[in-house]
Design a protein around this ligand. Structure first.
Ligand code: PHE
Length: 338
């Protein structure tokens, strides 16, 4: 019996050392140590032994079982290490492969231009204010000295939500709100979306504006000219500008500001309709009526205001000649501004 056990131990050891896979090791474990395994079978023969022989026999069987278990475990660790090493080798990551390109979006040219223009004013100490796109007629018209009879009150230009609520037709009502909350002196700009019932090659029912306002003691037309000329120089580079007399209900005197045509430099071309000038914004000294409407004393403070269309300036900056391109969301167009 003792010999039989030692033969079993040796042959088990040989087989175990030749095993190369986890499966083989498991099969061997079942073959020797399983319920119907060889060790189990041998221990069954205990019954046929005399009581004196049994303890020694039991000891030997246990010893054989421990021996095989130990050899199995050692081999198992070795095989596991080999399997892992192979895995590490075959599953290597090739870090020299070029990475996958992550597509990034970009700002819409209108948004980009808006931020750009806004920052020029921020650098000149202007505050930035926003307001609702749905506005009371009192803020959009009355407080701005736009009488009932004025053409811009006409139903054709304005989208009415109800008798006294409209989609704002300019960002001037933000200035009215701002003046209600702040005391002069101040300078502010108000960028945002505005709405007019107008749709053709050069008008869309929604477009963007940035208006501005500076109020304080002794603010004059000279200040208006200085600030706006500085602004235009920052946007278009050194260029000639001119102020043409104009009319707005909320400013007096009023003007329109032109820059020398960015294409022909004043010689005359298709873009400037041979005039050599491009109109870029409306401006003027705030009408005393507007100051009174928000409770300021026009004898104490004066101010200037201006307003420009963002689409137009964006078209001039980038040489875009079709307004509709901004709103068609054609990625081939938008990608050029990333
Ligand atoms: N609110 C005017 C418009 O929408 C622009 C403007 C603002 C003109 C301030 C003069 C002064 O057309």
């Amino acid at each position: 019996m003792k010999d039989k056990l030692s033969t079993l131990k040796n042959s088990a050891k040989d087989i175990i050392l030749q095993a190369n896979t986890l499966q083989e090791i498991d099969d061997i474990r079942v073959k020797y140590l399983g319920k119907k395994g060889e060790i189990t079978e041998i221990s069954k023969s205990m019954k046929s032994l005399s009581p004196e022989e049994r303890p020694l026999f039991g000891l030997l069987v246990n010893e054989a079982r421990e021996f095989i278990t130990e050899v199995l475990e050692t081999r198992l660790a070795e095989v596991k290490a080999v399997v892992k090493a192979e895995q590490l080798f075959t599953e290597t990551l090739d870090i020299t492969l070029p990475g996958k390109k992550v597509e990034m979006g970009g700002l819409h040219p209108i948004t980009e231009t808006m931020n750009y223009l806004k920052n020029i004013f921020i650098e000149m100490g202007f505050d930035v204010a926003e307001g609702p796109e749905i506005e009371y007629t009192s803020n959009n018209f009355d407080a701005l000295n736009i009488p009932e009879s004025h053409p811009s009150r006409d139903l054709q230009d304005t989208f009415y939500m109800s008798e006294n609520v409209v989609l704002r037709t300019h960002t001037s009502p933000v200035q009215v709100r701002y003046m209600g909350k702040n005391k002069p002196p101040f300078r502010m700009v108000c960028p945002g979306k505005v709405y007019r019932n107008d749709y053709d090659i050069s008008h869309t029912p929604m477009f963007h504006q940035m208006e501005g306002l500076m109020v304080g003691e002794n603010i004059s037309f000279a200040n208006l000219k200085a600030i706006l000329t500085q602004f235009v120089t920052r946007v278009f580079g050194e260029t000639n500008v001119r102020f043409r007399p104009h009319f707005f209900p909320f400013t007096e005197p009023s003007a329109e500001m032109d820059v020398e045509c960015v294409i022909c430099k004043g010689k005359g071309c298709r873009l400037c309709k041979d005039s050599g000038w491009l109109e870029i914004m409306g401006c003027g000294m705030v009408d005393p009526e507007v100051l009174k409407a928000v409770g300021y004393d026009p004898e104490e403070v004066t101010g200037f205001a201006f307003g420009m269309g963002i689409e137009r300036i964006t078209m001039l900056r980038y040489g875009i000649d079709d307004l509709r391109a901004f709103f068609e969301n054609d990625v081939r167009f938008l990608k050029q501004f990333k």
